[in-house]
Design a binder for this molecule. Structure first.
Ligand SMILES: Nc1nc2c(ncn2[C@@H]2O[C@H](COP(=O)(O)OP(=O)(O)O)[C@@H](O)[C@H]2O)c(=O)[nH]1
Ligand SMILES: [Mg+2]
Length: 345
């Protein structure tokens, strides 16, 4: 398919043209998620730049706050039926961030409002409060944006897999991976890490940026192919499965709430174990301190006993020497006396 045909397919996409009708959907929401600074906003800029094929602008960054950290979920319309969502980037991969990703992916949080990586059960309150603002008619396609600059360390593989599997359970679609900084080396290593995790669709881009937005056919084509692939995935899911958007939204809510409950239970358990371990360590430290104190006391006593013995010995020696001196003196006196008699004789 050449680029014009690709554009036509993308532009004409509508849920209404499916065999069994739109089933309650009217828009594809391509939900981007990933760690902070890996190129989500730049990928959105790239998509808009390619789609509009006009002048480059920093659309996705233009509304950024917090010194470049996006804290809102901002939608960017590509066609009347396809929208990209720049979700808040995660600072690190952990259970709190994952919960928030699921709420964002599940479209349980309204677009355009602030996202907070909250601890505790706050996320559930936010989801409940958001109920009247979120649309069940959005068909969600999860897309993980990752920079090839960052090789995935083995200890992170499970966290990624959990997120991908949960994203699939939530949305019915296994996430597509978009790799950025394609020309930065490591492409094959990072790509194979994602393949090993079971990701089927991987796209690699050198994003168009403020510094480098020289149009190339390769980059333009790759973006259009990406959008076409998203459409194919959606078509497959809608045509091979009876869908019920309202029930699906309800299920997604249940999923995230269960996740938050389990996460909090686990956090509570971990905190209990940490406290127990701390108390045990304190007890052991106290026992050790007492043992050392006892040992010091024993040592003090031993030294005192030795000192007393030494004093006794020294007194004894002094007495003994005194006696010897006296005996010698007596003996000398006896000799003188005898001498005297001897002389007299
Ligand atoms: N060379 C190059 N720079 C990129 C690419 N993607 C993003 N960047 C740069 O990386 C920085 C962070 O990207 P950004 O899109 O703001 O990341 P986000 O936090 O995921 O939205 C910006 O300075 C971008 O210009 C890419 O594919 N190639
Ligand atoms: Mg961003």
């Amino acid at each position: 398919m050449d680029m014009d045909e690709l554009r036509r397919v993308i532009n004409n996409f509508s849920f209404d043209s499916f065999k069994n009708g739109n089933q309650g959907f009217n828009r594809i929401l391509i939900q981007l998620f990933g760690l902070l600074g890996y190129g989500k906003s730049s990928f959105i800029n790239t998509c808009i730049y390619v789609w509009q094929d006009g002048e480059y602008q920093n659309w996705a960054d233009a509304t950024e706050g917090n010194g470049g950290i996006r804290s809102h979920r901002i939608p960017y319309k590509i066609t009347s039926n396809i929208t990209l969502v720049d979700n808040r980037g995660l600072p690190v991969l952990d259970a709190y961030g994952s919960g928030e990703i699921f709420a964002q992916l599940g479209n349980l949080l309204p677009l355009g409002t602030e996202v907070d990586f909250s601890k505790g059960f706050t996320l559930i309150d936010t989801i409940v409060k958001s109920e009247k603002f979120v649309k069940t008619s959005d068909f969600i396609v999860p897309v993980c944006v990752h920079s090839v600059k960052s090789i995935i360390p083995p200890e992170c593989v499970n966290e990624f897999k959990n997120i991908f599997n949960s994203a699939r359970d939530l949305t019915g679609i296994y996430p597509i991976v978009v790799l950025t900084h394609k020309n930065d080396g490591n492409l094959t290593t990072v790509e194979s890490s994602f393949r090993d995790m079971g990701i089927e669709k991987i796209f690699a881009f050198e994003n168009y940026t403020q510094e480098d937005h020289f149009k190339t056919r390769g980059r333009h084509e790759e973006v259009l192919k990406f959008l076409q692939e998203v459409i194919k995935d959606v078509q497959f899911r809608v045509e091979h499965q009876t869908r019920n958007p309202v029930k699906e939204m309800h299920d997604r809510k249940q999923f995230v709430m269960k996740y938050v409950h389990q996460r909090e239970k686990k956090a509570e358990q971990e905190s209990l174990e940490r406290r127990k371990a701390f108390e045990k360590a304190m007890k052991e430290k106290e026992l050790k301190r007492q043992e050392e104190e006892l040992e010091r006391e024993r040592q003090r006593r031993r030294e005192a006993d030795e000192a007393a013995l030494e004093r006794q010995r020294s007194d004894e020696r002094a007495r003994y020497e005194e006696e010897i001196r006296e005996q010698k003196a007596n003996a000398n006196r006896g000799k003188t006396f005898l001498g005297f008699f001897g002389k007299k004789k």
